[in-house]
Write a protein that binds this ligand. Structure first.
Ligand SMILES: Nc1nc2c(ncn2[C@@H]2O[C@H](COP(=O)(O)OP(=O)(O)OP(=O)(O)O)[C@@H](O)[C@H]2O)c(=O)[nH]1
Ligand SMILES: [Mg+2]
Length: 240
């Protein structure tokens, strides 16, 4: 369907005081893509993260820390390349799987979402695993399609889609980035991936963050269902 190579790929991430992890993550991307993927970091750090990133050839966009989604929205909208891959900057996601994400885009998918839950995610803290399963169940119920991991940070997207949809969520942006494309009929697939223990400290308070994500899933799920209903009723009006 497509013949994209890593010259067509940008790998993007929000980075917030990740000096322990960023060197390893960027070195993995460099090695796996032969230095051909563009790397964009939207950074709110007060530590050495941005210097390390710049030193390793990444494009660093500075932004006051205003939460995960504010950073990641900026990150996904920044590149001009046709394929945009997101990751976290904490060394949890398997950069060696980047070729598989690109293959799945080339096969015609619009979104390829790394599914940590199906392979087990044994390194994920038990509370997070439970929460992530619950988020996936809730989103599946609202969308009428079984999804296994809606809060994953590693995905590939066709750039066009990222610019066609309006993104509204912050802590819940990851779920939104999967749910709206599913609801709108884009081709979305989940790719089972391994997940490592985090290097460095978490940036999310699990309880407050979890509540915010649940609210986002409800808001986005209801808005997408209502939106489609309104579309359908305006179609009927148009035809009458
Ligand atoms: N620029 C910026 N990046 C952020 C902000 N909050 C989080 N991030 C980054 O977003 C990514 C995800 O944050 P994490 O702390 O890993 O969140 P998580 O994966 O849900 O939590 P863990 O399971 O503890 O890793 C990391 O790369 C963070 O550095 C922010 O306010 N600004
Ligand atoms: Mg993380």
């Amino acid at each position: 369907m497509n013949d994209y190579t890593f010259d067509d790929v940008a790998v993007v991430m929000g980075t917030y005081n990740e000096e322990e992890a960023i060197g390893g993550v960027l070195a993995d991307i460099e090695r796996v893509t032969d230095g051909r993927a563009e790397v964009v970091c939207v950074d709110g750090s007060s530590d050495r993260t941005p210097e390390i990133a710049r030193g390793m050839g990444a494009r660093v966009v500075e932004q006051e820390p205003r939460g995960y989604g504010v950073a990641v929205r900026e990150a996904v909208l920044t590149p001009d390349r046709p394929v945009v891959v997101t990751t976290d900057c904490d060394d949890t996601y398997p950069m060696e799987r980047l070729p598989d994400f690109l293959d799945a885009i080339n096969e015609g998918n619009d979104v390829v979402s790394g599914d940590r839950i199906t392979p087990g995610a044994e390194t994920m803290p038990a509370l997070n695993r439970l929460g992530n399963r619950a988020f996936a169940a809730l989103a599946s119920l609202l969308l009428g399609r079984r999804l296994h991991d809606v809060t994953t940070g590693m995905r590939a997207y066709r750039r066009d889609l990222l610019h066609r949809i309006e993104w509204t969520e912050n802590t819940g942006l990851s779920a939104e980035l999967l749910m709206r494309p599913v609801a709108r009929g884009y081709r979305v697939t989940e790719l089972p991936i391994g997940y490592d223990e985090r290097a460095g400290e978490t940036k999310l308070d699990p309880l407050r963050g979890g509540a915010a994500i649940a609210k986002s899933i409800l808001r986005v799920g209801v808005a997408e269902r209502l939106g489609r209903q309104l579309d359908r009723s305006s179609e009927t009006v148009d035809r009458a």
